[in-house]
Design a binder for this molecule. Sequence first.
Ligand code: ADP
Ligand code: MG
Length: 320
Amino acid sequence: MAENKKKLIEVKNLSKYFKVDKGTLKAVDNLTFDIYQNETFGLVGESGCGKSTLGRTLMGVYTPTSGSFRYTGRESLEVNKKNLFRYSKLAQMIFQDPYASLDPRMTVGSIIEEGMIIHNMYDKQKRQERVYELLEVVGLNKEHANRFPHEFSGGQRQRIGIARALAIEPEFIVCDEPISALDVSIQSQVINLLSDLQKKLNLTYLFIAHDLNIVKYISDRIAVMYLGNIVELASSDELYQNTLHPYSTALLSAVPIPDPDKEAQKSRQIIEGEIPSPINPPPGCNFAPRCPKACDICHKQKPALKEVKPGHFVACHLVK
Ligand SMILES: Nc1ncnc2c1ncn2[C@@H]1O[C@H](COP(=O)(O)OP(=O)(O)O)[C@@H](O)[C@H]1O
Ligand SMILES: [Mg+2]
């Protein structure tokens, strides 16, 4: 399905390294991939593998260490320092922690209005109307505009965060684990809201999660990340039915199946060993030290992400 779609974000050899005491931390290392218009692009991987760094780099929060990315939506631009302001009218972010991400001193109305002011959108009265409208859109109401974030529950705060992101009418939204901090009972409400909004407003999501059940449910395509690299990328169904990378296999086998009988029968693959450090990683495949199938070449040469079937990309020497 996705193959014929138009690209929205075109990522080329993108890296984001951090200088740390012990050397260079390769949080995002030489990634090349596309995000298509209107899709939900799921990004999964263990904590520390570089998901948020990738999300922030694609928001323009971090300047890439090397490589680049292009945006081709309402506007077409190679995103760089010069056009970051223009880009910030097209792309927005929803954060993991709805407590830390809303300024406690601002009213909900002014939080939502802020982006419209920055981008010089509408006059005061129209902005006020938009704030009320957005509150309704996310399942709150206009009376909430004069209240402060602390008066709301986690789920309601996340709705406020969504309204704020929508206020400037973006096309692309990075959702960085937007439901991880919420009670299980309200997670699906927020997911459903995001899905409805996507259809209504033609949004494109980069949806970051460590919970594979959620990613599977919401994503059109999924990228599996390991220590700064994308190791596998495919449509959701394909990734689950025809998992090719040993790391993805291990990650997916760790997802509990809701049926206890099936769960008991399932063979579970345990990933041996600690996650190695992304600081000064050794040559070869980053996963090799933990991979049950690793052979000589895996320790010597880094595998490129290659398309092994239409739309199915894998970075593994053992997959032909
Ligand atoms: N500002 C920073 N300075 C130094 N190291 C960082 C910074 N941000 C993230 N890192 C490191 O980069 C790696 C990836 O982090 P992150 O992108 O937050 O991973 P994830 O979101 O997948 O948990 C981690 O090793 C983390 O410690
Ligand atoms: Mg993160």
